[in-house]
Design a protein around this ligand. Structure first.
Ligand code: TXA
Ligand code: MG
Length: 320
């Protein structure tokens, strides 16, 4: 007798029938489909309204499955996988010829990770194929860290949202690729630069180039609320600039007293950077639903996960 839960059973059926399921991970919810199904992968792109130049991350059940997805594993990549998987690290490596071009946007590399969520790990173990899973949000909007966020976006478009509760890390995986066997960080994420460098030494950072051909999805405007968002180190000063407007505050660890503040969310009252990252997207979803004139977001200290949160806030606040 199988002990697999009804929901996982249902997810297996849907995915085997080349359709999509929203899956929980420890970073953000993903919109998942069979990497070998053209129908499923095309539906991922169309549901998200994602441009085809932006490649997808392949999710596998364990480090053992890596050799079926990639054709070459640099020593430092192996070390990173052994250290951080299952977990919030994505490796970009030379792809195995069997990986479809639609997944990699025609590139000769593929992004791959083992997510760290019990439901999704069980699902992946039961499937005979890996899952492509971008974050389960429309292109450029705020990433989902709760099943409710996914439902708000896609309730009528996807058959099943596998409910795994709120995401523990709350910010996307850190992406590391290799150029001549040397590690390059393409996206800041849930594992800090310091934590990565403790394992493999100095890492070159290429996180910020809008037209970076190595990481085509890294746009300057991204992860963005519909509400005008400004990023500042001086909240009080910014509040004065928006006098008379309906203001929302996203503060790191302190409260701000002013009659003009409509709503304030404090990311971590104790000033914990991990907690701030965990709460970031949920806070942005909440503020964005209040029909504010402006969200004033406070810059975090530029250390550890503060660097990753600031990266997301910069993209949320970017004005073309
Ligand atoms: O935490 C995460 O990584 C989440 C969860 C669901 O696993 N997924 C996620 O996927 O953030 P997505 O599609 O929102 O972001 C994937 C990014 C792309 O924007 C692109 O920059 C990068 O991964 N990427 C994918 N394939 C790549 C490749 N071959 N070379 C360089 N960058 C790649
Ligand atoms: Mg995304």
């Amino acid at each position: 007798m199988s002990l697999i839960s009804k929901d996982i059973q249902k997810a297996i059926t849907i995915l085997t029938n080349e359709d999509l399921v929203a899956i929980p991970t420890e970073t953000v919810y993903g919109l998942a489909g069979n990497i070998f199904s053209e129908k499923a992968v095309k539906k991922i792109f169309s549901t998200k309204k994602r441009p085809h130049f932006n490649p997808l991350i392949v999710h596998i059940a364990s480090i053992d499955a890596l050799k079926k997805v990639v054709s070459y594993i640099p020593e430092k990549a192996q070390l990173l996988a052994e250290t951080f998987w299952p977990g919030s690290l994505t490796l970009v490596l030379k792809k195995n010829p069997t990986i479809p071009d639609l997944i990699t946007a025609g590139k000769d590399t593929v992004a791959v990770r083992v997510p760290n969520h019990p439901l999704t790990l069980e699902l992946l173990q039961q499937l005979s194929f890996p899952l492509a899973a971008p974050s389960a949000n429309p292109f450029n909007s705020i990433s989902p860290t709760k099943p409710e966020h996914v439902a708000q976006y896609f309730e009528n478009e996807i058959e099943l949202i596998l409910d795994g509760g709120p995401c523990k890390n709350g910010i996307e995986s850190t992406i590391i690729g290799f150029e001549n066997d040397e590690p390059i960080l393409y996206r800041l994420g849930a594992i800090s630069i310091e934590t990565i460098e403790k394992v493999i030494g100095k890492v070159h950072i290429k996180n910020n180039k809008e037209e970076n051909p190595e990481a085509p999805g890294m746009l300057l405007k991204h992860y963005a609320p519909k509400t005008l968002t400004v990023l500042t180190s001086d909240i009080e000063k910014e509040i004065k600039k928006f006098e008379g407007k309906k203001i929302g505050i996203l503060s790191f660890n302190s409260t701000h007293k002013s009659d003009t503040i409509f709503h304030e969310i404090i990311l971590s009252p104790s000033g914990n950077l991990e907690a701030a990252a965990t709460n970031l997207y949920d806070a942005l979803h909440e503020l964005d639903a209040l029909q504010l004139d402006v969200i004033i977001a406070e810059k975090l200290p530029e250390i550890g996960l503060g660097v990753s949160v600031n990266d997301r806030l910069q993209r949320a606040a970017f004005i073309n």
